[in-house]
Structures are given as C-alpha cells and as structure tokens.
Design a protein around this ligand. Sequence first.
Ligand code: COA
Length: 210
Amino acid sequence: MSVGPYHPKPHLRITPEPRLRTHDQEAATPKEVGWSIPRPVGTLGGVEVDVELIPAVASYPIRHAVLRPHQSIEQVPFKEDDEPGTATFGAIERADGAVIGVATVFRDPAPFDAAEAGVPSGAGSNASTWRLRGMATRSDAQGQGIGTLVLNAVFDHVAAEGGDLLWCNARVSAIAFYERAGFRTWGEQWVIPAHGPHVVMWRRIEPGRV
Ligand SMILES: CC(C)(COP(=O)(O)OP(=O)(O)OC[C@H]1O[C@@H](n2cnc3c(N)ncnc32)[C@H](O)[C@@H]1OP(=O)(O)O)[C@@H](O)C(=O)NCCC(=O)NCCS
C-alpha cells in the first residue's frame, strides 16, 4: 500500500510561533534584562513539529512499523478509521512534512462502569466517552516529547467535541507514559496475542481545557 502524497490540512497548531519574552515583564528594554526566545512547545531538539489532523492513511506507516510490524500494512487500518467523528492526529516535522507521531480517537463506550471506576463528576456517559487507539511515535523520535504533544492534541479535540472521558487498551510497556499524562489503570492485565500484555487506562477530560 502506498500512502501517496500527503497534504497536511492546517487545523490544530500546537507549536506557537517563537516570540520574544523578557525574564522581567516590567523591564523596559531588551538590554536591561536580556531577551530570550523561549523554546516553542513543539520544538524538539531543534526540530519544529506541528500537530495536526491527518488522514488516517497517513498514520499507517508508523502504526505498521511501531505497533504491528508482524502484520502486513493492509492489516493496520481500524474499522473506525473512516467513520464520521474519528480523528487521527499526526506530529509533523515542519521542515519536510514527515509524520513522526500518530494517534487516533473516536467515540466508544468504556469497558467499565464509570462511577465504579471512580470517574468523577458524573462524567463518562456513553456519548461523552472516547477511545484512544494507534498511539505511536516513530522509533527514532521516541522520548523527545512527541507522544505528549500528540496526546495533548487528542485531549483538546475530545474536550472540544464535548467528551469528558478518554480510555485505551494500553500496552503495559506504555503505562508510565500514560500515567504521566494523567491516565490511571482499571482492572486486570491481559495478553493480546502478538501484542503482549495490556491494561485498560482512562483519564477524565476537563471540559474547560479548550
Ligand atoms: C508510548 C509512545 C507512544 C510514547 O511516545 P513518545 O514520543 O516516546 O513520548 P514522549 O517523548 O512524550 O514521552 C516518553 C518519554 O520521554 C520523556 N520525555 C518527554 N519529553 C521529553 C523531552 N523533551 N526530551 C527528552 N525526553 C522527554 C518522557 O518523560 C517519557 O519518559 P519515559 O520514557 O520514562 O516514559 C512511544 O514510546 C511509542 O510509540 N512506543 C511504542 C508503541 C507503544 O507502545 N504505543 C502505545 C500503545 S498503547
């Protein structure tokens, strides 16, 4: 399968433009305080990264290489990919348009009772619950904050769509990553053949985050 030319549609731009800021907001001139250019949120190791909505097909090479290398690329699409309301986000290198991180999100009731799991504030109705799938960063770009940028775009999207609960079947190897992003585990671990041990994780999405 060929992904073909990819034309990103600017939608959600995580990377703020670099802007000058003083260490001392009251100071009058750059010389008095020394101006600094804060590192934009999406600049990682000198590489500028935008997070945008992308066509699901643009996420397939990373899904395949990182999550499902034992399968053929024809097997990596999810049935939800082309359903209305499904969103796939990509972290895209500004310099060359390369997609280096991906995640897909869609409405899907949680596999647990929200109140029993401790979801606060009455959140987690079937209509306001979203599922995260296909979260992956290209292997040579992991550990630099790309996944966190993509996750934040997912959180903002879910909140903008009125969602208040996000869950996923997390690989046990990614639990720490999700915990740092505010997820907690639910229930027992289980093994998905060829994918290893998993556990359900969930996170409340605050309506006010967008
Ligand atoms: C899990 C995964 C998506 C996380 O993506 P990522 O881009 O590596 O995530 P981040 O860089 O934001 O965070 C990962 C780590 O980098 C650290 N980090 C974050 N920002 C950083 C920065 N600017 N510089 C260096 N390290 C940073 C984080 O603290 C985190 O530490 P950890 O390795 O101890 O967890 C990615 O590692 C991956 O694709 N793994 C394989 C597939 C997988 O398991 N996917 C999840 C399926 S449920």
